[in-house]
Write a protein that binds this ligand. Structure first.
Ligand SMILES: [Zn+2]
Length: 229
């Protein structure tokens, strides 16, 4: 059975722009990919009403995920009000148990954005709940193999990249998928397109690839248990 990677983000743009290339690469290599957005990011447009913008964000996410060969899943928390609660962690736990990802990618905790901070903590707890066999849910327990944090311009406090993933084979397709979003084109203020394409070039230089995504491993993953060095 092909292995699954799951990206869990506070907002759809985070899922596609910061985690999308890693998901696309995993799919390219024969795996499956799931994009989970905890909210629609519907309050992120300076002029468009949230209801209208949320609908647009949902369509853009579905289209982008499809272009990359992945699946888009939404939880319905209001943008700017993503809660840090057991209820949210259990909702993500259920998605993990259902899709059985070997790898989960999410936000790093060092963010100025409260939704991003809460997403980090919700996923941390969801991974714990998902693997807890004595916690009865509809689906049986599932242990996530690897947990990574994505590089995001809003989550850079103490972010330390330790893994460089070659995304050269999927770079063009990933950019095309991101172009589904008005915010990628700079309509909400920040130049996402310029930033994330340049970041892939910069990380490629450091990683020894044409284009790379830099990820940070969870601290438990960085520990090695060896009998000799
Ligand atoms: Zn965000």
């Amino acid at each position: 059975m092909p292995s699954t990677i799951m990206a869990v983000a506070a907002h759809p743009g985070d899922a596609l722009f910061t985690m999308g290339a890693a998901v696309a690469q995993h799919i390219h290599d024969g795996g499956r990919g799931v994009f989970v957005s905890l909210s629609l990011g519907e309050r992120g447009h300076p002029t468009m009403p949230p209801k209208e913008y949320g609908a647009l964000q949902r369509v853009a996410t579905e289209r982008a995920a499809k272009k990359l060969g992945g699946e888009a899943v939404f939880l319905s928390y209001p943008d700017a009000e993503v809660p840090l609660s057991d209820e949210a962690a259990l909702a993500v736990c259920d998605l993990i148990r259902k899709s059985k990802p070997a790898i989960v990618v999410t936000h790093w905790s060092g963010s100025w954005h409260k939704d991003h901070q809460n997403c980090y903590a919700v996923v941390r707890d969801a991974v714990f709940f998902a693997g807890l066999a004595s916690l009865a849910r509809e689906q049986p327990s599932h242990a996530v193999g690897k947990l990574f944090f994505a590089e995001n311009w809003e989550d850079m406090t103490n972010f330390q990249a330790d893994t460089y993933l070659d995304i050269s084979p999927v770079f063009d397709r990933w950019v095309e998928a991101c172009s589904e979003f008005p915010m990628w084109r700079g309509e909400t203020g920040f130049r996402y397109n310029d930033y994330y394409r340049s970041l892939a070039v910069m990380r490629g230089c450091l990683g020894g690839f044409q284009y790379a995504a830099a990820l940070m491993s969870s601290s438990e993953q960085r520990e090695r248990r060896v009998r000799s060095l």
